[in-house]
Every structure is written in structure tokens, then in C-alpha cells.
Design a protein around this ligand. Sequence first.
Ligand code: 9J3
Length: 291
Amino acid sequence: MSQRNHGIFPLVAGLVLCALLVPAHAEPTLESLNGNGPYDVASYTDFPEVEAFSEGAIYYPENAEAPMGGVAISPGFTESQAHMRWWGPRLASHGYAVLTLSTNQPRDNPELRAEALMAAVGILRDEHARAGSPLEGRIDVDRMAVMGHSMGGGGALIAANDHGEALSAAIPFTPWQRSPDFSNISIPTLIIAGEADRIASSAEHAWPHYEMIPETTPKAYLEFADGNHFIGNSPQRTRSNLDVHDVMGRYAIAWLKLHMDGDEAYRPLIYGEVPEADQAKLSRLVTNSTE
Ligand code: 9J3
């Protein structure tokens, strides 16, 4: 056998093997992001306790390729993790480790919710190193996002403002924070709002929050037509007046895929034209990108 043949066989074999092992990276579509993703979801609660929040659950994709990013989510005033639990399995099925938390006190303020979120991010990072954790060796500790409802959304924005070096993205939904200072936010932030929110009106909360984030930061404002304060909450524990989890989940997943994971295939799903099917559902979609 000549040296050349000898040299090329492993290369060809290697390419064939790669093609077999790496699943075809299907282009993301509206449909593929409107519901649960390709991965099987498992969950557990027996991770080490912290002082900053009371209870939590971690949802993760059993069969996703490592490493995966993490997402911490806080509920709103008087709520618990049960009120926004749907985000856990939804995001995990698309490839993220997700910690949904309950605050120490149901009435904790947004500042305490920011601390709870940062502690949850710390737990997700620690699970990567903890012997025996289902996530041992599977987390990308440099890809962490925060989310939250209402005062939990305020907490996500505070965390983004104060701890941007430790975070990659923020997605508050129907956020509430009365005297905000979000002028230091440098991580990509998607704000989800309801046009008919009577508790945290978008005119006094979500929209000024959006405007306060520097123009140099990738940011988007997604407002659901006629949506109330609870459109991002779980169906089981909701006073939501709309069923828009398909669209809301899709934008959140695309935001994480593009801005946290750097996957450009998702860019059109954020910055493309509003799909016809969504036009009646959205009262506003504003971004500071022209792409
Ligand atoms: O977390 C939230 O739902 C905030 C709602 C609210 O009414 O706060 C007023 C103290």
C-alpha cells in the first residue's frame, strides 16, 4: 500500500464516521421552536441547598450533546416555581439545563430575586463539577442566562445589570421594577411584555426597562397584543388571558440559541420579518438590530 493511500483512508473513514455520528443540524423553523424540542427531559431536586432561595428543580435534556448552557428562572410576587414551571421542560427539551426556583419569601423584592437567580446560576455551574450529579461534566459554565416573571423579571434585569460578567443573556417576562437602573446591561436581553398588563403596565415597566438598556447591547422588546400580566406563566397556575406560549417560547429559545450559544441559524427567527401567523398576536416587536 502506498503512503498516499495509507494516508487518505483514515481521513475518508473519519469523515464518514463524523457524518454518521453528528446528527444533521436541521435548520430551525417556526414549527420546530413552537413546542418541545428534540431532547428527552429529566428533572431532579436533590442538589446542594443555598441560602438565597427555598426550593428549586433542575430540568435537563437527557440525550443532548454536552456541554449545555444553563438558565435560572424566578417567579413573581406571591408566586412559586409552580407558576412558571412550563419553561423548565420546554427549554430543557431544546438543550438547556434549567433551574426553576421558589424564593425564600413569596413577597421577596426584585433585589432578593436577583440574588436568588445568581445563586441558582452558581448551582448550575457547581453541578458541572459535583461528583454524581446528573449534569457532571455536561454544563458549559460560561453560558448562563437568567429569566423571571414580574418581580422575578425585575430580578433578572437587576442581575443582568449588576453581574453581566457572569451571564450571557436575560429574558424577563412581564417584568416589574419601579425605580430601575438598567443602564449597565451589556448582555443580550429579550423583554417579553403584555399590551394589556394592568399589574406591571408595559408603559411604566417593560418599555422603559427596554429603553434604559444601552443601544450597544443587543436587545429586543416582544409585546403580545391584549396580553395580561400572566401570559408567561404556567397553564396550571395562571390567570393568563391568552395562549401564546408557542410564540413566546420560540423567541426565547431563538434568543438563547443565537445570543448565548452563538448559533447564527436562529438569527432570522429574531430579526426576520414577523411571520404572518404571528402578526395578530404581537402588538410590538422592537429590536435595535437591522439584521
Ligand atoms: O411580581 C409581580 O407580579 C409584581 C406585581 C405587583 O403588584 O407588585 C406590587 C407590589
